[in-house]
Design a protein. Sequence first.
Length: 136
Amino acid sequence: MPETLSHHEALIYVMVMTSAVDTAMTDNELERIGRLTSFLPVFDGFDHDHLMHAARECTALLDGPEGLDIALEVVREALPSRLYDTAYALAVELAAADHSIRQEEIRLLQLLRDRLGLDKLTCAAIERGAMARFRK
């Protein structure tokens, strides 16, 4: 289990979990994670050279026994509560980017929402915003 994560690393873990939950982490998803970390204000001060290291740590954790449950707990412990909705928004962003949300991604979003104690109205607003952004 990794030592305490920074909030940057915890948010990267959320995006990697979302990308990896369907067992097919694509180059496009990794590129999207890279782009998001490069321009979102929540990643100010993040050393982008550390991105792949954090992604590999998360993947290794997910591959272990009870990996998803442990990763969710590590994220919850590392994030200040003011960033819980940000974490959920990043997960939704990754899930919606390919214009179809798979059952595994829906389940991960439910687990993340429950683990972070987010209310359904906040989550619905975040999800609706993503639908509007990715509409064709």
